[in-house]
Design a protein around this ligand. Structure first.
Ligand code: BDP
Length: 599
């Protein structure tokens, strides 16, 4: 599925704004056909936004179940003769969509796009009523998983095993889009080099007929640098400018479907020419070893919740540049494609993660919560979940495969991984990821502290080692010398695997403004000393090719005894202002190459 865009043959209309909204407390909307007319007793709701933090009452913020959204939109007059598509970038977690009185789409999975052809239900120049039932329920068969329990009085509570607030709503833009009847359905590129010549292998899928395909690559100044024809082909660019860290040079690939001289469709794609490979314990970009400096992040903001917002993300990117980061992980779900577009442009490397977080009943927010249920069993995460997970991996790679910024896939964060059941669950999923990606980027899971070196049965199956470790925080709390010793011990083990190691999380909760001498957990001083201690150990290992501090910024979580107004491990506050440690890390990350942090 290609993202809607404007081109000489295509047009799109953003449906963002204020929609009608209503909670469905008794889950009666479907039977009561709430979509059949104007949504009654509705209030206003922003799209995109999480609905949760718009409200001031707890019951609304923590609501579990279905909520309804509705908007009336005009289909542009000029769209006669086109296929009309309704496209949602993200509805969290389940969507049932109606055009007028007809159900046109059902989709589960809160962070990836879906669309439906509504040509039969939408006339150019006329209004179409769009109604969406949004359900935020997580079960053992959703990614991420969760469990809903109902009290004697009928009150439903959602439990989940991940450490961020279960925001819900229409989180990214919704579009009406017009496509020609014969259209580009998909484009994939694989890039490489032959000496100074850049190679762009492309493959085009067409919907609605078999026609001639022409491909044209232009440089950033708009000069045509290569042309080819046919649905599969190779574009050769003499003296190509490589896409690299900090220099996100992008070519424009125009795919044109033609019938003689008549243009049937035109689709544009940004292409960065670069290679990603693993060589022993090194991660190579364009054949050169790279060291990742950056963060696990979140799409998380005051009031907006998990909604995408351009201004907020531009600020995040500016903060990343200021601090000297060159990369981030889309912990713990695929981010808006707009974010990947920004990363492409800035030359930031991205570890792209599925929403498979919290597949571990022994862990949540660093504390044991539910050792009663097995993580993997016919009653919990089972074959059905695995099939859905496989589809999510395919959908993620289908959406993000062409972004030059994406250098690795993480198919799960901190799942249970020390058991035979976990190995049986993940082995086929790793293969799905590998075969879905024509660029064959490295694939892995992010390993949890409960499955350390020697115990994890899944990481050895991965292309690289990605580990989250909290020595000095959840264990050896406040005792940095023993945290360093523990780190050294375990890392020496992983180093023997002969694969690149990325520390995908390490961090300490820090209340901004809290100072303690000597340093004490939660103080700004402790975050500084903790990070210095970890870096001293990391720098001893050549096999470590990346350090991603947890987290870029403070973020919202469900309330609980280990969280004070959310997770405070950010180097920036939730308002994106630096804590003391941000200045410290900045000195490390901006130090010249060859120095600690390896420039
Ligand atoms: C890890 C998780 C992350 C949490 C973090 C923490 O991957 O989502 O927020 O620890 O506890 O378990 O701060």
């Amino acid at each position: 599925m290609l993202r809607p865009q404007d081109s000489p043959t295509r047009e799109r209309k953003r449906l963002d704004g204020v929609w009608l909204f209503r909670f469905d407390h008794a889950d009666e909307g479907l039977a009561g056909r709430w979509y059949a007319g104007a949504l009654r007793d509705a209030r206003a709701m922003a799209v995109p936004a999480s609905y949760n933090d718009i409200f001031t009452d707890l019951a609304a913020r923590e609501f579990v179940g279905a909520a309804w959204y509705q908007v009336e939109a005009f289909v542009p007059r000029g769209w006669t003769g086109h296929r009309i598509v309704l496209h949602f970038e993200s509805v969290t977690h389940h969507a049932t969509v109606f055009a007028g009185e007809t159900e046109i789409a059902r989709h589960s999975g809160g962070y990836l796009p879906f669309e439906a052809d509504i040509t039969e239900h939408a006339r150019p120049g006329e209004r179409v009523r769009i109604t969406v039932r949004v359900d935020n329920t997580l079960t053992w068969q959703t990614i991420p998983p969760g469990v809903v329990s109902t009290s004697r009085s009928g009150e439903r509570t959602q439990r989940y095993f991940h450490d961020f607030f279960n925001y819900a709503g229409i989180h990214r833009s919704a579009w009406l889009a017009a496509r020609p009847p014969v259209a580009v359905d998909d484009v994939s590129v694989v890039t490489g080099f032959d000496g100074a010549t850049g190679l762009v292998d492309y493959a085009v899928a067409i919907a609605g007929g078999t026609v001639e395909v022409r491909a044209r690559l232009s440089d950033a100044d708009g000069m045509v640098v290569a042309e080819a024809s046919g649905p599969n082909g190779r574009l050769e660019v003499a003296n190509a400018v490589a896409w690299r860290i900090g220099h996100g040079y992008l070519y424009d690939l125009a795919i044109r479907l033609v019938d003689g001289e008549r243009l049937l469709d035109e689709y544009h794609l940004n292409v960065g020419i670069r290679t990603v490979a693993i060589d022993g314990a090194r991660l190579l970009l364009n054949g050169e070893p790279v060291y990742l400096r950056g963060f696990g992040m979140h799409e998380d903001h005051v009031t907006l919740g998990k909604a995408h917002n351009d201004a907020m993300w531009l600020r995040d990117i500016e903060c990343l540049k200021w601090i000297g980061a060159n990369s981030f992980r889309t912990s713990h779900y695929p981010y808006s494609e707009d974010v990947l577009d920004l990363a492409d442009r800035e030359g930031l490397l991205v570890i792209d993660e599925t929403p498979a977080v919290g597949m571990n009943t022994a862990l949540a927010a660093g504390t044991a919560v539910d050792s009663r249920s097995a993580t993997f069993s016919p009653e919990t995460i089972n074959d059905e979940t695995q099939a859905i997970h496989g589809q999510v991996i395919r959908d993620l790679i289908a959406r993000d495969k062409n972004h030059p910024s994406v250098v690795a896939w993480s198919i799960a964060n901190e799942p249970e991984s020390h058991t035979e059941a976990a190995e049986a669950y993940f082995r086929p999923l790793l293969e799905i990821a590998r075969s879905a990606d024509r660029q064959r980027r490295p694939v892995g899971i992010v390993n949890v502290m409960l499955a350390p070196y020697g115990m994890c049965r899944v990481t050895p199956l991965c292309d690289l080692v990605m580990i989250n470790r909290y020595w000095g925080w959840y264990v050896q709390t406040g005792n940095l010398p023993s945290a360093m010793a523990a780190a050294r011990r375990e890392l020496s083990g992983w180093a023997r695997e002969g694969k690149p190691i990325i520390i995908t999380e390490y961090g300490a909760d820090t209340e901004p403004g809290m100072h303690r001498l000597p340093a004490d957990p939660w103080s700004e001083e402790y975050q500084v000393e903790y990070l210095d201690a970890m870096h001293a150990v990391f720098d001893e290992f050549e096999e470590i090719v990346g350090e991603h501090v947890w987290n870029f910024a403070d973020f919202a979580t469900r309330s609980g005894i280990t969280r004070v107004g959310g997770n405070k491990k950010g180097l920036f506050t939730r308002e994106r202002q630096p804590k003391m440690s941000a200045h410290n890390i900045r000195r490390r990350w901006l130090s010249p190459p060859g120095k600690p942090g390896r420039g």
